[in-house]
Design a protein around this ligand. Structure first.
Ligand SMILES: [Fe+2]
Length: 278
């Protein structure tokens, strides 16, 4: 695969099981598989055959063809062309230990004003990238405050005087300064650009996505071919994705916190959680 997906087959099964919520033993009973097979699947040690994948899809209400394709490494989102328009998006892979997180620099081409979308845990890459691009970031847009997404904030605040935007219900332990709490639908001015905040809770209580034209920074709500972990509420996260993010036009680009970029149209056709019947 050119772009390894964030979630493997076993992760998808585990997240879908959370929806019921069932134990592994209950999923085993519903599918006729043994508990040890379910455990191996969810540990990503085993990809079952097509018949068993079909049983899992049926039990967990996942779109079977999409699930079969992902299980067999036969789907990845199409590579998107370079963005063109009045802004630049610089995608940065920032590591928390060995775990990669996607952070972004969003640059207004006209004014060079710049936002950092999520800080990562160790933001050295962000500081280097800003120098490379010759920009001085003025704000941080946090999708949520998990340490792998916001843990580098205090380091960045020592580097630049940044205005920090975050959802009001997000936990803020260890964060210094007084952030600005974003409202749903709030318009944030970045030079000549207008960024819209969209509340997308479920992964965390106060998760926020940020939209600029046909680009959405979606944090850990949806990944190519999967969804985020519903730490706060499965139904809230499902609604955030299906009612809000996937309500945008098909060509809308989704830039997630992990894994490859995708589009609304790709996810409606290939995501086993969100497949839309035509
Ligand atoms: Fe997260």
């Amino acid at each position: 695969m050119t772009f390894p997906l964030e979630d493997e087959f076993g992760d998808i099964v585990q997240k879908a099981r959370d929806r019921r919520p069932w134990s592994q033993a209950e999923l085993a009973r519903e599918t006729g598989l043994s508990s040890s097979v379910v455990m191996r699947i969810e540990n990503c040690d085993l990809i079952p055959d097509a018949v068993d994948i079909a049983k899992i899809a049926k039990a967990l209400d996942l779109h079977e063809p999409s699930l079969q394709a992902i299980a067999n490494g036969k789907w990845e989102p199409e590579k998107q062309p370079e963005l063109c328009g009045d802004f630049e998006v610089v995608c940065l892979q920032v590591f928390m230990g060995s775990y990669p997180v996607k952070c972004y620099l969003l640059i207004c081409k006209k004014t060079r004003m710049t936002a950092i979308v999520d800080t990562g845990g160790n933001p050295k890459e962000i500081i280097n990238a800003a120098k490379q691009w010759g920009v001085t970031p003025g704000m941080v847009l946090l999708t949520h405050t998990h340490p792998d997404h916001a843990g580098g904030l205090n380091v960045l605040l020592k580097q630049w005087p940044l205005k920090v935007y975050v959802g009001k219900k997000e936990p803020r332990s260890g964060m210094s300064g007084s952030p600005h709490y974003v409202e749903d639908g709030e318009k944030i001015q970045l030079g000549a650009l207008t960024v819209e905040a969209i509340q997308t809770p479920g992964h965390t209580p106060g998760g926020v996505s940020y939209r600029l034209g046909s680009v959405v920074f979606s944090g850990d709500c949806i990944f190519a071919g999967s969804m985020g972990r519903a730490n706060t509420s499965w139904s809230a996260l499902y609604q955030s994705v299906s009612q809000r993010l996937l309500a945008f036009p098909n060509e809308t680009r989704l830039l997630p916190g992990h894994g490859p970029a995708t589009t609304v149209g790709e996810e409606k056709l290939h995501n086993p959680f969100f497949f839309y019947k035509k």
